[in-house]
Ligand binder design. Structure first.
Ligand SMILES: Cc1cc2nc3c(=O)[nH]c(=O)nc-3n(C[C@H](O)[C@H](O)[C@H](O)COP(=O)(O)O)c2cc1C
Length: 206
């Protein structure tokens, strides 16, 4: 029998490190979504957090198209997902498409940091959502041409991500052994020694 949603939450939670904000250890990407709607105020709070991310030249190049389940926008975002993602993300009460404006507004010059900045804003969104008891799952697996055409995204905006947002559901509701295995597996991260250097290739000593 699959683990319960509560048991999974315990497995997914990273070990707490003293002095680090707890929300960084609590956020994780669920694929099983509960059949529960997201209140408009909580959705708004997630975007209120996202809009305070830093960005190159304070361009704030991120734009989000939000589809609630039962709307044409949700359906269009869902249809643009790859088959693997459609199988589970279609059940999320909210699907968000994140795109980035690729030219600076002040001089129309190319903004090479647009996607970087969208990533920062998306990260804030996911953390705020987690703080409100919701779960998010970011996805690269979607058809950009389909999304551009169906959602009428103009040229000059690059595709970054689709984010499924809602409340964690029971793993069993995924109805697929491989998805349940992933949903209940502990999370993995590289150690600091592999990613933080005092000199290139030489781990920082703490
Ligand atoms: C930019 C990006 C793209 C991702 N694309 C997909 C995807 O297409 N399908 C999927 O199931 N998960 C996707 N993920 C989720 C990652 O696999 C997940 O964040 C990673 O395994 C770490 O797990 P955690 O978020 O629970 O800590 C994506 C995450 C990010 C940030």
């Amino acid at each position: 029998m699959a683990l319960s949603a509560g048991e999974v939450r315990k497995i997914k939670k990273a070990a707490v490190v003293d002095g680090v904000l707890p929300i960084f250890h609590e956020r994780w990407s669920a694929r099983a979504f509960a059949d529960r709607d997201v209140a408009q105020e909580d959705l708004k709070r997630a975007f209120e957090a996202a809009r305070w991310a830093a960005s190159s030249n304070n361009e704030q190049p991120w734009r989000f198209v939000v589809g609630r389940r039962g709307t044409a926008t949700h359906e269009k975002i869902r249809e643009s997902l790859t088959g693997f993602n459609q199988a589970w993300a279609g059940k999320a009460p909210v699907l968000i498409l994140g795109v980035a404006k690729t030219r600076f507004s002040h001089n129309d010059g190319p903004n090479g940091y647009a996607l970087y900045d969208l990533g920062a804003a998306s990260s804030y969104l996911t953390l705020q959502a987690a703080a409100l008891g919701m779960t998010t799952h970011q996805m690269a697996g979607f058809d950009r041409a389909k999304a551009r055409e169906r959602l009428g995204i103009p040229e000059g905006y690059e595709f970054g991500v689709v984010i499924a947002l809602g409340y964690q559901g029971e793993p069993e509701s995924l109805g697929n052994e491989e998805l349940i295995r992933r949903e209940t597996a502990p999370r993995q991260r590289r150690g600091l020694a592999e990613i933080v250097f005092a000199e290139w290739g030489k781990a920082m000593e703490w």
